[in-house]
Design a protein around this ligand. Structure first.
Ligand code: GDP
Length: 360
């Protein structure tokens, strides 16, 4: 380990690598194409070998390739994923959500360190739909999860987003698969409490938990029922000092509400518990809950069924995305939509007839 911070950044798993660039070497396009293809075939093979052998830098490089929007990278990215596929599926996929300030990064740091102590390899991924507004990622700040970032059993990947939410979770799923092929036992996917991204994460993980704060009963009643119905566990964080009693009261209140809700995972009873992330208290209990959950889901066959359903849904979502993309990429289509919208608003067309015109 070095004391030079720049060197640390370059070697750390937090380092975001550049994508594969498309450089022009001065040769004729046809020759160059062949060369690039051949060269890329070799390097993808090589890249995957290094990822499989546990190289963090190459895993980061691979993820950057998956995230690239350049069309030549898309082919290489799918090649890489195809190589990874036979080695995927062996992790426990865990989603964590909560409003900003709930303590997600502190929680993940404590939980990740416990998992590391237990000998597990954990990959932490983040989905942050708001980062396209701020221009960075919620994990971009290197001071977040400082201890965990230098833990040899843990890989942290900030995922800056620049496109639609659909694009974000598609890349996160692929990233998750690549991490599995690199031998990670646990994938923690963090998202901020924004409805759509929570649904996206719920649809790619085995176990989903909500990190909540203490609050009066009225707040809980006002809380969106939808999110509570998606969770397998509600964790009330910051159960320490003066807040401890309040956290316990909140926990009981949540349990009372949960009792009346339909559980999202068949046979499982969603419950609430408390932790103190800064004092690392309550994490063994959470790990035990997740292990019990896995055991039950394996016994009732829902573990695999849910994953199959998620893959099918992903496939269908991608078809939908592709249809929308190709519809709007037709020359003049956007203008036609705008024009018809004006006519519609002027009362000259019905909605159905305007849509019919677009598909003629
Ligand atoms: P995030 O925005 O959800 O990632 O939240 P952070 O992990 O950045 O935490 C927000 C604030 O809550 C920080 O000031 C943390 O130090 C504090 N915090 C997080 N967990 C705990 C906890 O268990 N107890 C107390 N007292 N403070 C906490």
């Amino acid at each position: 380990m070095t004391n030079n911070p720049d060197e640390f950044v370059n070697k750390s798993a937090m380092n975001v690598m550049d994508g594969v660039s498309n450089s022009h070497d001065g040769r004729k396009k046809s020759i160059r194409k062949k060369f690039v293809k051949k060269n890329r075939d070799i390097s993808i093979d090589d890249l995957f070998k290094k990822i499989k052998a546990g190289s963090r830098l190459d895993l980061a490089k691979g993820i950057t390739l998956l995230e690239s929007i350049a069309s030549h990278d898309k082919v290489a990215a799918q090649d890489l994923l195809l190589k990874a596929l036979p080695h995927t599926g062996n992790s426990i996929r865990i989603g964590i959500t909560g409003v900003p300030g709930a303590g997600k990064s502190t929680f993940i740091e404590s939980f990740g360190l416990l998992l590391s102590e237990l000998g597990f390899k954990t990959a932490v991924l983040a989905i942050d739909p708001s980062s396209s507004l701020t221009g960075g990622s919620i994990l971009g700040d290197k001071t977040r999860m400082e201890k965990l970032a230098s833990d040899p059993n843990t890989f942290i990947r900030p995922s800056p987003t620049s496109g639609t939410l659909g694009g974000v979770h598609r890349k996160t799923r692929e990233t998750m698969l690549l991490c599995e092929s690199a031998g990670f036992d646990i994938i923690l996917i963090e998202t901020v409490g924004v409805g759509q991204s929570e649904i996206a994460v719920r649809n790619m993980v085995d176990f989903f938990m909500l990190l909540a704060l203490t609050g009066a009963g009225d707040d809980l009643q006002g809380m969106k029922k939808g999110i509570m119905e998606m969770t397998d566990l509600i964790v009330i964080n910051k159960a320490d000092g003066d807040n401890e009693q309040r956290a316990r009261r909140t926990m009981r209140e949540y349990r009372r509400i949960l009792h009346a809700l339909q559980p999202v995972s068949p046979g499982w009873t969603t419950t609430a518990t408390t932790v103190s992330s800064i004092n690392q208290i309550g994490f063994e209990e959470i790990w035990k809950t997740i292990k019990d959950f896995k055991k039950l889901m394996k016994e009732n066959d829902y573990w695999e069924t849910r994953r199959e359903e998620q893959t099918s849904d992903w496939f269908r979502e991608m078809i939908n995305d592709r249809l929308i993309e190709s519809f709007f990429s037709e020359p003049g289509k956007k203008e036609e939509v705008n024009k018809l919208e004006q006519e519609l608003l002027a009362g000259n067309l019905t909605v159905a007839s305007a849509v019919d015109k677009l598909f003629k």
